[in-house]
Design a protein around this ligand. Structure first.
Ligand code: T3D
Length: 263
């Protein structure tokens, strides 16, 4: 059996590829476990400074695999709360909490939990052929894997509710226009564009980027006052890193900075 998750190691970053193209990379328990393990391994390896998440073939991720494992049986309905809590939601939590930048290169359809995983990444670049689908309602489910929060946070209540209730797919262009993703690019340049972004992040000030990520994670729950306190404390921490010293020195010497700080 081919690997459900393929890892491609670059000099200082990793590409994680959802690898089940015949199912548009729909996820099952084994695949979600492998994805969580890949995220954990990248976090533990201090030489890995950024991640790129993408899908093999024409899909990014079609969400939960629909099949026998999530069908009611003679013993009763499936325990979707256990499935979501143990697997899907762990992926979303990890994507948001790991202290390194994650770029999603959305190569095709991102549906259900697959859409949530894309939106949980720090920077989302989509191919023009990609679409984002709140498929949940089409099969009688509710948004999960963070979809309600991620959609409402990016789009506002009106658009998020309508998408969740109507289940209409968003084109990549519409997603970019609405501010759901960073940008849409022509299909053939998706990977070079996404790789350029992740390469730039991997060469960036690792600790400042990790702090920035943690800071944005708190925006939706903090008041302005709380966020000001957080920014003060995090700026204090950033100011103590060797990368800050290098950044200022490079500016004064009129050369590009070389950030080597460990994360
Ligand atoms: O506990 C929990 O948390 C439960 C989980 C909830 C989270 C969720 O993700 S719920 C949402 C689950 N996903 C869906 O409902 C999406 C189902 N798929 C689709 O609606 C469509 O496939 C797409 C809109 C994504 C793409 O349509 P299209 O026309 O481009 O492709 P297709 O022909 O439908 O799919 C290609 C193949 O992939 C096809 O197989 P075949 O006929 O060639 O053998 C299709 O059955 C398969 N596939 C697509 N999505 C899934 C899937 N197989 C299993 N599970 C899927 N989710």
């Amino acid at each position: 059996m081919s690997e459900l998750i393929r890892i491609e190691q670059r000099e200082d970053w990793r590409k994680i590829v959802l690898n089940r193209p015949d199912r548009l990379n729909a996820v099952n328990e084994a695949m979600l476990e492998a994805l969580i393990a890949a995220l954990d391994a990248a976090t533990k390896d201090s030489s890995c400074r950024a991640l790129l998440l993408t899908g093999e073939g024409r899909g990014f991720c079609a969400g939960q695999e629909l099949g026998a494992s999530v069908m009611p049986t003679a013993d009763g309905p499936p325990d979707l709360a256990r499935l979501a809590g143990t697997y899907h939601h762990t992926v979303t939590r990890r994507l948001r909490s790991i202290p390194l930048p994650v770029v999603a290169a959305v190569n095709g359809v991102a549906a259900g939990a697959g859409m949530s995983f894309a939106l949980a990444c720090d920077i989302v670049v989509a191919a023009r052929a990609a679409r984002f689908s709140t498929a949940f309602v089409k099969i009688g489910l509710v948004p999960d894997s963070g979809a309600s929060s991620l959609l409402a946070g990016a789009l506002g209540d009106a658009r998020a509710r309508a998408l969740a209730m109507l289940g209409e797919p968003l084109t990549a262009e519409q997603a970019a226009e609405w501010g759901l993703i960073w940008k849409v690019v022509d299909d053939q340049v998706l990977m070079p564009e996404a790789e350029a972004i992740v390469t730039q992040l991997a060469k960036g000030p690792a600790e400042a980027l990790a702090l920035t990520k943690a800071m944005f994670n708190q925006v939706s729950t903090n008041t302005l006052e709380q966020q000001l306190d957080l920014e003060r404390d995090m700026q204090g921490a950033a100011g103590r890193t060797p990368d800050y010293a290098e950044g200022v020195k490079a500016f004064l010497e009129k050369r590009p900075p070389v950030f080597r700080g460990r994360r």
